[in-house]
Design a protein around this ligand. Structure first.
Ligand code: TPP
Ligand code: MG
Length: 411
């Protein structure tokens, strides 16, 4: 048993760890980011020069080959090639989709501050490349399940802005009929199984979905997403063990944004090499700020798990906002750290630079896309505000399966 004085001194030690609101760079946090993700930090200004291109300008379907920002790092597996095939059309769609996601999250921040969104709300800005890269590699028959940072995953699954904003504001037109809120977005018709508030709880559920897929023999897979904080939980290892025993087609996607609420990964994880956490299960570390690297890794993982059973993908990413709306996000990390990542690794800027350096579009054309996106978001908000709240008769509906305890449920 540790002595009381030892326990007290470790708490005192914790209280001395960098938590100040000082604007000076937080040396420990910066060192941790460098230690665990420095290979992924490729300055964007050097990035354009590193991309070979073989398409003729003007042909939006021409196949071009682009190098990922950094090589993949593998655990018990040979890594995929860094050369990713794409097209001008795909790059423009990445730009548009990520801009739309970013704008939606910024607007959600304002709506929350105006008290039109209540309760919990976790934003995804900074992490958009994971959502769009993953979608580019799979079909809507493959399943996705995630935690509470789910708005952009929903859009990626084909969800509409009006459904997203309505859900956020508790309106009837929301994707969960206005009864789930920010943490419980679903889109069953596109195999999106939420939206879960209990850290890690979606992991065994995702493995269960993959068990169903194995039975169905439809050659589909499940992407089970969780954070670096959740990666320290026991249920990940239990679910992984069974998935590996049964060769389930599940890809465990650890979105490593380097913080679990206000706790930096190096304070919470003895080994932050999350791609190796599966031990006997292969893993890949991916630059989660590079949509093309994410696409390449997800395509590779889908092929692998259909033949061999589970695999872990660690996406090295970053969230710009605080953990949730109650966290300003700057008490446990410096503003310099956040602006450094924005400057060096921003996923939208990476794609913008690629489009410009290969003269796929002009800077003004990209600005026009951003203007359109703003208008689209504003229109969806205006529409959602007009939408009624759910009827009070809905309060007890969809709680039990019909016939189990409650009569006359609404459909
Ligand atoms: C079982 C459980 N424990 C604690 C919490 C409170 N909590 C909510 S989010 C969070 C941090 C999770 O961090 P991470 O998995 O890295 O995901 P991120 O928020 O960074 O996306 C915690 C501790 C919770 N919701 N559920
Ligand atoms: Mg995290």
């Amino acid at each position: 048993m540790p002595s009381l004085s030892k326990i007290c001194s470790s708490f005192c030690f914790l209280s001395l760890l960098p938590r100040s609101r000082s604007r000076a760079p937080n040396p420990q946090a910066m060192a941790a980011l460098r230690r665990f993700s420095s290979p992924a930090i490729l300055p964007l200004r050097r990035f354009a020069a590193s991309c070979p291109f073989s398409a003729t300008a003007g042909d939006d379907q021409a196949v071009m080959t682009v190098e990922t920002s950094v090589p993949f790092t593998g655990h018990r597996i040979d890594t995929p090639s860094r050369s990713v095939e794409t097209t001008p059309k795909e790059l423009l769609s990445f730009f548009r989709e990520m801009s739309l996601m970013r704008r939606m999250e910024i607007a959600a921040d304002s709506l929350y501050k105006a008290k039109l969104i209540r309760g919990f709300c976790h934003l995804y800005d900074g992490q958009e490349a994971v959502a769009v890269g993953m979608e580019a590699a799979i079909t809507k028959k493959d399943a996705i399940i995630t935690a509470y940072r789910d708005h952009c995953i929903f859009l990626g699954r084909g969800g509409k802005l009006i459904e997203a904003f309505s859900e956020l504001m508790g309106r009837r037109a929301g994707c969960s009929k206005g009864k789930g809120g920010s943490m419980h977005f679903y889109r069953r018709e596109a195999e999106f199984y939420g939206g879960h508030g209990i850290v890690g709880a979606q992991i065994p559920l995702g493995c269960g979905i993959a068990l169903g897929q194995k039975y169905s023999k439809e050659e589909t897979v499940t992407f089970t997403m969780y954070g670096d904080g959740a990666a320290n939980q026991g249920q990940l290892f239990e679910a992984l063990n069974m998935s590996a025993l049964w060769d389930l087609p599940v890809i465990l996607v650890c979105e490593n944004n380097h913080y679990g609420m206000g706790t930096a990964e190096w304070r919470a994880a003895k080994s932050p090499a999350y791609y190796k956490r599966g031990d006997y299960v292969p893993g890949l570390k991916v630059d989660g700020m590079d949509a093309l690297a994410v696409k390449q890794a997800c395509k590779f993982a889908k092929e692998h798990v259909l033949k061999n059973g589970p695999m872990i993908l660690e996406m090295d990413t970053y969230r710009y906002h605080g953990h949730s709306m109650s966290d300003p996000g700057s008490s446990y990390r410096t503003r310099d750290e956040i602006s450094g990542i924005r400057q060096e690794r921003d996923p939208i800027e990476r794609i913008r630079k690629l489009i410009l350096s290969h003269e796929i579009s002009t800077a003004n054309e990209l600005k026009d896309i951003e203007k359109e996106v703003r208008k689209e978001v504003d229109a969806a908000i205006a529409q959602a505000k007009e939408c009624p709240m759910p009827d009070s008769s809905e309060l007890f509906a969809n709680i039990y399966v019909k016939g189990l305890g409650v009569k006359d449920q609404a459909p």
